[in-house]
Design a protein around this ligand. Sequence first.
Ligand SMILES: Cc1ncc(C[n+]2csc(CCOP(=O)(O)OP(=O)(O)O)c2C)c(N)n1
Ligand SMILES: [Mg+2]
Length: 548
Amino acid sequence: MNGAELIVSALENEGVRQIFGVPGEENLDVVEALRRSKIQLVLTRHEQAAAFMAATHGRLTGKPGVCITTLGPGALNLTTGAAYALLGAMPMVMITGQKGILSRKQASFQVVDIVSAMTPLTKMADQIVSAATIPTMVREAFRVAQLERPGPVHLELPEDIAHAAAPNMAPIPPHPIDLPIASIAALDRAAQLMIDSERPLIMLGAAASRPRLSDALSEFVRRVQIPFFNTQMGKGAVTGNSDLYIGTAALSERDYVHRAIDRADLIITIGHDTVEKPPFLMGVNGPTVLHVGYLPATVEEVFFPQAELIGDVGPSLTLLADRLEDKLPKAKALLPLREEVLAHIADRAEESHFPPTPQRIVHDVRQVMPEDGIVCLDNGMYKIWFARNYRTHVANTLLLDNALATMGAGLPSAIMAACLNPDRRVLAVCGDGGFMMNSQELETAVRLKLNLVVLVLVDHAYGMIRWKQAVDGFPDYGMTFGDPDFVAYAKAYGAKGSRVESADGLAPALEAAFMSGGVHLVSTPIDYSENERVLVDELRAQGAIGAG
Ligand SMILES: Cc1ncc(C[n+]2csc(CCOP(=O)(O)OP(=O)(O)O)c2C)c(N)n1
Ligand SMILES: [Mg+2]
């Protein structure tokens, strides 16, 4: 047995089925060990995409996804993915190669101190210096990656350690770890706050979307009957309960949902992670915030809860609901605002206008996506529209990144979602800017024979920045570009492609794309004049009303 075989057996022991990446010569012993293992090596066309895919595996399953690269340039290409997983709390294990550490036959060629580069981007970054430490280091890497708050870890395996004879060691079996549940005193205090509240509101934050939490959380909301809103990354954290949904806080203030937020006297934030753009701004005049989380709140200028319920969120919420049975007569005090808020959000969703408005696009996507269909967004202006307007009914069916908010993750995350859910519809939604940052992964999707539809929204611009430029009063300058013919581009990869050419053309084009199977790109123009009309003028007016 050599070091490479030992690490691959340790990965098998962790239940790893796929590894994503671009190997280099320093990984060849590992590649050979993978060839003889149960683990599939999935090549990507850029390491960044491999990291986005591995992180999304962690996000959707709670189990770390694994990616592998060579040393230096390949390893550095993982850094954006590492930050994506770190800010987004997605468990991931990154394995990178390195030149031999016992002798230096190639001097310093391609040698970069990757462990140092990864240290601020990970929960743990370490070099393996002896094969005998592999079983413990791999076990520790997976533990650290998964434990709250989950995130990425990095192991560097130098080629001589991978190649050298290793002791025949058994891997360390993983065991379930149950987190502590909130204390009785904290539960009583939280229950009292809720009982005393006149106008309570629940907010579901990013950590509410942990896959293992969705059943208990959905049940809690059903039992207490308090209306809820969510942050962008808390969207779709609960299954059902849609009659209590009161909106998504895609902006920090003055959006329609803030009519409810501003009137609440108690906001129970479940799993809020301040990596997200603030869903509301706390001020001296309230509201009171009860933070429920796996970990204590991070205190920020705009978020400083007055009470906390810390512990394994699912079981803690069950105990909390037990204390509230029949004691919340005011639970639905803010519910009457719901229809008004949602009616504004649905405004112009069916307008026949070409190019389609963002509202119409969100509406048409919802029409063709079944309840359990998964939409994966890249980053651009449309993300705000999807966050505000797209209704989710099943947990983890709208994957967006409001933490690093990086462009380029939409397609890789959708590839991972499609790998994990071959029987569900999966749609990537990308701007013409973000799509081109990892569009080469169309080849990966085709090679994996996935069923996947990619919707590209074409405005020939970095639209989001162009919008901000306008909002801030700058002249329109420097944000436009030319695009390839996206349909021809998709076809060049062996995918299918179609173009939306009329107001009513999007839904049928998406439906046909899903029906025909395989990888299919649908390109549509988008009319972003609504950004100014709704997200600036209309909300400014509504903010003025709110202030008065
Ligand atoms: C990697 C990366 N680079 C730059 C940005 C800043 N940024 C945010 S949105 C955006 C424009 C996105 O353009 P596009 O994908 O075409 O979407 P659109 O807003 O036009 O719909 C840019 C440049 C970012 N978030 N991530
Ligand atoms: Mg664009």
